[in-house]
Design a protein around this ligand. Sequence first.
Ligand code: ATP
Length: 349
Amino acid sequence: MTTVKRTHEITLIPGDGIGPEVSGATVEILEAAGAATGVAFEWHRFAAGAEAFKQTGEYIPKALYDSIEEDRVALKGPVTTPIGGGFSSINVTLRQKFELFANFRPVKNLPGLKTRYPGLDIIIVRENMEDLYAGLEHVVVPGVVQALKIITEKGSTRIAKFAFDYARKHGRKKVHAIHKANIMKLSDGLFLSCCRKVHEGFSEINYHEHIVDNTCMQLVMNPYQYDILLTENLYGDILSDLCSAFVGGLGLVPGANLGTECAIFEAVHGSAPDIAGKGLANPTALLQSAVLMLHHLNEGETAERVQAAIEQVYAEGKTLTKDVGGTSGTRAFTDSVLAALQSPTATAV
Ligand code: ATP
């Protein structure tokens, strides 16, 4: 075992549903990878949502807020949001509280998986705090409800800047702003005018605008035409699930919620109650979110090791979970990644 060179303090929210299973696997793999590269982790664990309410009387305990504020980095499993009533989404509340304005979701094929669109590599950059997610709804009169869609110049400009900055830094060629400004002329119109203005400073990057419904059709017909999708909050949520299907489903796609002070890394998928507690969940999405987290922590070597081990397991294809066509469960998949970390093949790091 290599001597510990650095220790990272990370707030860990295992979540509910399949959360404890996928976060357990992720922590195990990160610790094994870190042991080989001299990186240690100190996990500060907290429940959130219904589980936290049972324990503390709060859906997001103050100690959890304090921990994220102090650690500035969190790894989060899915937390169930009740449908139609009950408490507000924990995800949305945390994004608001820590001003995590950018939701970054890379959608990329893994080797060995047979998908309809091999070699796909799209990034979704989703505004994370505004739009219909502001949660401003009220009953105007019985039988009539109003939900307010909030789009601001500040929010649209900073997410557009994030997308173009990322494109420039990582050599991406194209940004598509996704909208419905033919109907929502003021709100989506403002979003587009901000995107156009930001693009003026990034003339080497191709900029296009697509209407969201057409984008769904275009994505299914030919997703390769897209590089970075720059979206408002709701369109980004919907397009994320659609795009995840191109590369094998929700069990694979990672995400990062980024602000100027803090970052929370979480999979695109929810708590998947249909398979919770059965040992069937695919931890890849959270694991790849943890890879994004390692890059964010400047732990590139450890990040690449974990990514290489994941890719090795997919390339071998012997212990994949059911959601991606395999017959194995969470444990067998996790063990294979751990084994791949110990004995990488020639192509792996
Ligand atoms: P939310 O609205 O909270 O994001 P959702 O409605 O998108 O949740 P999920 O909980 O993400 O729903 O699950 C959707 C489907 O995808 C379910 O059938 C679930 O079993 C499957 N699924 C999601 N995540 C995984 C995973 N990590 N491994 C295997 N299957 C998964």
